[in-house]
Design a protein around this ligand. Structure first.
Ligand code: BES
Ligand code: MN
Ligand code: ZN
Length: 516
């Protein structure tokens, strides 16, 4: 999609569809909806007056109304896009508004769209910054442009070719901020869309080897260093846990290491001693049958998205390469296919992780924590001072938190605070769950150091986190269990159903918080 930012009066722009935002500024529970346009343009207000007066359009989030041939415009259609209640207007609603505008154009077969940058002066008390508003609007539009129909032979290509953000006169003062936010939004959306394109792929297409190839190609494009290793390297590094998971598959595993080095600062040959090195570790199971502890057939097809944690890290690295924060970042992706086979690992097996810890396998379906245990340890040996991992780790996290919040686990409050600090901008939701040492008994093994599942089913997401914690030691670490949010079963007015790309935005924001 071609995107443009223009400082121009929206009414004087030629386009098939001009989107204008509206909020509901009704106060009080029983007050009737009071749709208010986020514009100071008399031309726009006049053209929309009848529809607003009709009461048909209530400015609810995701709601739209179309006015054909509006008087006084060069645009062929005016599209009203609801953002919900004025009082609670947040950046995430603006992001969804940008997406809703774009997805209104698609089914109408319109190839171009213009969006009037919202003027917040008609509502009081809003503290949204022009930079952030610009970023989320174009981010939302770029995310909304994708539909996951590449495997349909009767695919209707409805992609919007051109989106223009029109900044009215009253906001020209903030031009530089708006331009910077615009670029940033496009970079973030490109990263997240890359993640989504990987997660969408079926297991027969996206094997660990192919994931390595696609990651390497992306890295070459954006200037990241990338190494892809397979079985021999796992043996060399003594990654007994990662290798155990891969051993039942005819598809070789892939250990992918991406490195981002910040640009050299003038007069400084290297980053100062003791600068943080951020480690992004991803679970990349390209298909999870459960292995010998095989999963039931019902819904097993979903397990193609068991590499969404890896996908999130790869998309985040893409965005980081383009945003160029002044902090070093290393990403370790552990990719394998979990299959039952004569060569597969079995319940009762004892394996030795790279760290030297021995693990009794209770259930081969608890494979994600095994590959991550070696990935996290390896990231530490590469010099990472702060670690984050993302993984579709447990079904239990959906039981605990539903499909609204990602489960967040950490061994460090300050690191967690830094992560949560980015969420007002990213709009993603995370909820911290405990992984305190009083849970450690749950993963004690009779014959090895630890076992790969809890003694009971209770707190399944927590015991999984406890397992990972064994391998990070004192290094500040965050674990994101994204199992419940990596795939959207339902389409939204602002987003297609399918892979969500959850994690990318917030992980990037967290990394940026460490920049010098
Ligand atoms: N990949 C699954 C978790 C999952 C479930 C992801 C649903 C996405 C949607 C993971 O490898 C797994 O199988 N976990 C087991 C752990 C159990 C054996 C302790 C689970 O959640 O049942
Ligand atoms: Mn599993
Ligand atoms: Zn899995």
């Amino acid at each position: 999609m071609d995107t443009k930012l223009l400082f121009q009066d929206p009414a004087a722009f030629t386009t098939p569809l001009l989107a204008v935002f509206a909020v509901d500024s009704a106060t009080g529970k029983d007050a009737p909806p009071a749709p208010t346009l986020l514009t100071t343009s008399a031309t726009i207000s006049k053209a929309a007056a009848q529809v607003l007066a009709s009461g048909e359009f209530k400015a609810a989030l995701g709601e739209t109304a179309v006015i054909h041939a509006p008087a006084g415009f060069l645009a062929e259609r005016l599209l009203l896009v609801g953002l919900g209640k004025a009082k609670s207007l947040s950046l995430d609603e603006l992001r969804k508004g940008g997406g809703t505008a774009l997805r209104a154009a698609k089914p109408r077969g319109l190839r171009a769209l213009a969006i009037a940058f919202p003027e917040l002066s008609p509502i009081s008390g809003s503290s949204l910054h022009a930079h952030d508003a610009s970023r989320v609007l174009i981010e939302g539009a770029a995310l909304a442009d994708i539909d996951y129909d590449i495997y349909k032979t009767d695919r209707k290509d409805l992609a919007v070719h051109s989106t223009t953000l029109l900044v009215p006169e009253s906001l020209h003062l903030f031009g530089n901020d708006i331009a910077a936010g615009f670029t940033e939004g496009l970079v973030l959306a490109a990263g997240q869309n890359f993640t989504r394109s990987l997660v969408n792929e079926p297991g027969n297409v996206l094997t660990p080897t192919v994931l390595g190839e696609r990651t390497a190609a992306m890295c070459a494009e954006v200037g990241l260093k990338c190494e892809v290793y397979s079985t021999e390297k796992l043996h060399e590094l003594k990654m007994g846990a990662f290798w155990a998971v891969s051993q039942g598959s005819a598809e070789p595993p892939a250990l992918i290491v991406m490195t981002y080095d910040p640009p050299v600062v003038e007069g400084q040959s290297a980053p100062p001693e003791g600068s943080p090195v951020i480690g992004l570790v991803g679970k990349g199971i390209t298909f999870d049958t459960g292995g010998i502890s095989i999963k039931p057939a019902d819904g097993m097809e979903k397990m193609k998205y068991d590499m969404a944690g890896a996908g999130a890290m790869i998309g985040a690295m893409r965005a980081i390469a383009e945003l160029k924060p002044a902090v070093k970042v290393i990403s370790v992706i552990c990719s394998a296919e979990n299959m039952p086979d004569g060569k597969a690992f079995k319940p009762g097996d004892v394996v030795t992780a790279m760290s030297g810890k021995t693990i009794e396998i209770i259930n081969t379906d608890a494979e994600g924590r095994l590959v991550l245990s070696d990935g996290l340890h390896y990231a530490k040996t590469l010099g990472c001072t702060h670690l984050i991992n993302a993984a579709t780790l447990t079904g239990a996290v959906a039981i605990a938190l539903g499909k609204l919040n990602v489960g967040l686990f950490s061994n460090d409050d300050a690191t967690t605070e830094k992560f949560l600090g980015g969420l007002a901008l990213t709009g993603e939701k995370y909820w911290r769950l405990p992984c305190t040492d009083d849970y450690r008994d749950q993963i004690k093994s009779q014959i090895a150091d630890i076992q790969n599942t809890g003694i009971t089913r209770y707190g399944g997401s927590i015991t999984a986190a406890m397992f990972l914690k064994e391998f990070v030691g004192d290094t500040p670490w965050i674990h994101l269990d994204i199992a419940a949010l990596a795939w959207n079963d339902e389409a939204k007015p602002w987003l297609a159903s399918g892979p969500s790309g959850i994690g990318v935005r917030s992980i990037v924001e967290w990394v940026r918080s460490y920049a010098r």
